[in-house]
Design a protein around this ligand. Structure first.
Ligand SMILES: NC(=O)C1=CN([C@@H]2O[C@H](COP(=O)(O)OP(=O)(O)OC[C@H]3O[C@@H](n4cnc5c(N)ncnc54)[C@H](O)[C@@H]3O)[C@@H](O)[C@H]2O)C=CC1
Ligand SMILES: CC(=O)[C@](C)(O)C(=O)O
Ligand SMILES: [Mg+2]
Ligand SMILES: [Mg+2]
Length: 382
């Protein structure tokens, strides 16, 4: 319907030497890791650049702090007198030195990292665009603004590089993993290569923001898969199936404790970490044979039941309908309060109130273990 099926610009300057070929379940892909592309190399490529991180919401802090700690020249652009501005100050960005209003940061930066909310990017585009002078780089962490540019109006000048690095997870995790010495995987893409260096800049930025490994995509594929993933398994489907199972258990006479533990607590605390560690079959084989028989018998039913919904979702993404809704809702005055009210309703539901109590018991148990360990140490010392 609304989608403008544009061409993705390809670049002739793809330095294949920075890519490793890795076999993913029988399919070969080119990826970049810190081995092929060490941080030192990223620093050299971006040595004369000033990275202006515009927006200090969730991705902004994660990326700006990681880049700063990795030794890049970074400034932050944010609306003054906003909660995000105060957060930036608390994180050590200094007004007039490394923290500016959006326009001033856009003027000073040579790489403009557009990390405003996707709706905010539309509103700010007319003021941002004049600062995109020849040879600068426009950077996104989502293919949204460019792919749906018939709706967003984000059409960059031809003489700037346009690149993307999309961390596959929350900015909060990007920062936490970096601090812990790890990395979050990201995709990267080049939409427009005006200087002949867009590709290496994209990869250097990907390494700089603290990615684990980088896999290549294009802007359209990034936004289609990302919108599907977050509306599907990662967030929407997860929340929906949890609500459904909790409801069934409660209606069949089970207590909140039982319904919550069998639906959420065991999922997050025991089973999903095992999937992350060693795969689905490994999680299965660490459960009873009874559980395995049932799960293998029922997974096909769930797959078939959800396939039509997931296909409908993908169509809604590809037609531009999901973008239209996001833009329409996101640019409604007072929308943030509405969103907060919806989240509060979730938080106040019996299901998630039970969750709060369960988490509280979890932390009390952890405290008890810590106390016992401290006691054991003291006893040893005696
Ligand atoms: N939240 C996340 O962890 C992830 C976000 N992304 C992408 O990164 C980008 C940034 O996302 P978030 O960090 O979630 O954004 P956000 O929703 O946290 O907003 C970022 C900033 O935009 C500013 N802003 C919003 N509307 C504005 C306006 N009209 N004028 C001036 N400033 C305005 C806000 O003050 C806020 O500091 C988006 O493209 C998003 O899709 C990608 C991966 C994960
Ligand atoms: C965290 C992430 O990657 C999401 C879910 O796609 C998003 O916040 O947009
Ligand atoms: Mg997303
Ligand atoms: Mg995502």
């Amino acid at each position: 319907m609304l989608f403008n099926n544009q061409q993705q610009t390809t670049t002739n300057h793809k330095p294949n030497s920075i890519m490793a070929t890795i076999n993913f379940g029988g399919v070969e892909e080119h990826v970049v890791t810190r081995e092929e592309f060490p941080l030192e190399k990223a620093r050299t490529i971006l040595q004369s650049e000033t990275i202006a991180v515009l927006g200090y919401g969730v991705q902004g802090p994660g990326q700006a702090l990681n880049l700063r700690d990795n030794g890049f020249r970074v400034i932050v652009g944010q609306r003054p007198d906003s909660a995000s501005w105060r957060k930036a100050e608390a994180d050590g960005w200094v007004a007039g030195e490394t923290l500016f209003g959006l326009e001033e940061a856009a003027e000073r930066g040579t790489i403009l990292a557009n990390l405003l909310s996707d709706a905010g990017q539309i509103a700010v585009w007319p003021t941002l665009k004049p600062h995109l002078t020849a040879g600068k780089t426009l950077y996104f962490s989502h293919g949204f603004g460019i792919t749906f540019n018939d709706q967003t109006g984000i059409i960059p000048p031809a003489d700037v590089d346009v690149v993307l690095v999309a961390p596959k997870g929350s900015g909060t995790s990007l920062r936490r993993l970096f601090v812990a010495g790890g990395g979050l995987n990201s995709s990267f893409a080049v939409y427009q290569d005006a200087t002949g260096h867009a590709y290496e800049k994209a990869v250097a930025l990907g390494i700089g923001v603290g990615s684990g490994y980088l896999f290549e995509t294009d802007f359209r594929k990034e936004v289609y898969s990302d919108l599907t993933g977050e509306r599907g398994v990662l967030m929407g489907a997860l929340a929906g199936i949890i609500e459904a199972q909790y409801q069934v258990l409660r209606q069949r006479g089970h207590s909140p404790s039982e319904a919550f533990n069998e639906t959420v607590e065991e999922l997050t605390q025991s089973l999903v970490p095992l999937v992350g560690e060693n795969g689905m079959d490994w999680m299965f084989s660490n459960c009873s044979v009874t559980a395995q028989r049932g799960a293998l018998d029922w997974k096909g039913r769930f797959r078939e039941a959800t396939l039509p919904v997931l296909n409908e979702l993908y169509d809604s993404v590809a037609s531009g309908q999901e973008a239209a809704r996001t833009i329409q809702r996101g640019s409604t005055p007072g929308y943030r309060q509405e969103l907060e009210a919806e989240l509060t309703e979730v938080r106040n539901s019996e299901l998630w109130q039970t969750g709060a109590t369960v988490r509280e018991l979890r932390s009390r148990a952890a405290e008890k273990v810590e106390q016992e360990e401290a006691y054991a140490l003291t006893a040893d010392g005696n």
